[in-house]
Write a protein that binds this ligand. Structure first.
Ligand code: GUN
Length: 283
């Protein structure tokens, strides 16, 4: 069966073009959205992500402010920086790149961000708002997946959606967004029994596991929509997803590639959330 490739790279480019126009309109009114990105320590993957986020901001006309703090930064210092950014009118969004070094209390750090500037939507206030469906922001990866599915004309209502992974960043918020879109949602994780059978019942299967090519053809129903959130680095510097694309593409009706699927959508949604925060603050 021919499958539809859910091309996140193309959709993200279209969204960025639209966002550039919106940022120009804001500029006509003397308004420039600003995103502060805080990185603590020297994690190479985090450095790559932060550089991409800054580049994305520049592309659409959002100002970005990088705060690169040393590995041994004291918690009080990081919290003090967040306090200052909370007060700074040039800053609409604040993002602390995760993970942060172990001596820093991640939950405490996230709670310090003004919820109206929490463009990752990790603050418990925004998590709660998402739960009741009143959210201003949704976490970027699940929000990007919803956009990708919608753009492809795939309806979610009444469908069986299986989410594999229960992280606060992807699995849990993905579940809430699918539920708000009237899907019937099952959340699976490392302790789930009969994982294969449950996955095989999915009309929409979302793999956020963190294990390269874990989802093989045995996990997928004929005609299912398969979304691969995995970013697994290979020793040769390449990247694989959580889905064995070569096997699964012949069974799926639609599938995301890795790279070029969910990743670019995550980045686009960060820009969208930042512009939204700017509109909330300044218009
Ligand atoms: N680290 C991995 N993914 C993310 C993300 O979406 N936001 C932040 N702040 N850190 C991350």
């Amino acid at each position: 069966m021919a499958y539809k490739l859910l091309n996140g790279k193309d959709l993200a480019a279209r969204m960025k073009a639209e966002m550039s126009e919106e940022v120009k309109r804001l500029a006509d009114n003397g308004i420039t959205p600003g995103l502060a990105v805080i990185i603590v320590g020297n994690d190479p993957a985090s450095r790559i992500y932060v550089n991409s986020k800054k580049r994305d901001c520049a592309e659409v006309g959002i100002r970005s402010f990088e705060y690169a703090l040393p590995e041994d930064t004291k918690e009080e210092e990081l919290l003090g920086l967040i306090d200052a950014l909370n007060q700074d009118e040039a800053v609409d969004g604040i993002l602390v790149q995760l993970p942060i070094p172990g001596h820093l209390d991640e939950a405490k750090v996230i709670r310090r961000i003004d919820p109206s500037k929490d463009v990752d939507a990790f603050h418990p206030f925004n998590v709660g708002e998402l739960m009741i469906g009143k959210h201003a922001f949704a976490p970027c990866t699940p929000a990007g997946i919803m956009e990708l599915i919608k753009d492809a004309g795939i309806s979610v209502e009444g469908k069986n959606c299986v989410v594999v992974g229960r992280s606060n960043i992807v699995g849990k918020p993905m579940t809430m967004l699918m539920l708000h879109a009237n899907a019937t949602v099952t959340v699976c994780h490392s302790r789930t029994q009969n994982l294969k059978e449950i996955c095989k019942s999915a009309d929409i299967l979302i793999a956020a596991i963190g294990k390269s090519k874990f989802i093989t053809s045995e996990y997928v129903k004929e005609g299912a929509v398969v979304i691969d959130v995995g970013i697994n680095r290979t020793p040769d510097g390449g990247m694989t997803g959580d889905v064995d694309f070569e096997q699964v593409c012949d069974i799926a009706s639609a599938i995301t590639p890795v790279p070029g699927g969910v990743g670019p959508m995550t980045r686009a949604m960060l820009l969208k959330n930042t512009i939204k925060a700017c509109n909330m603050h300044k218009s």
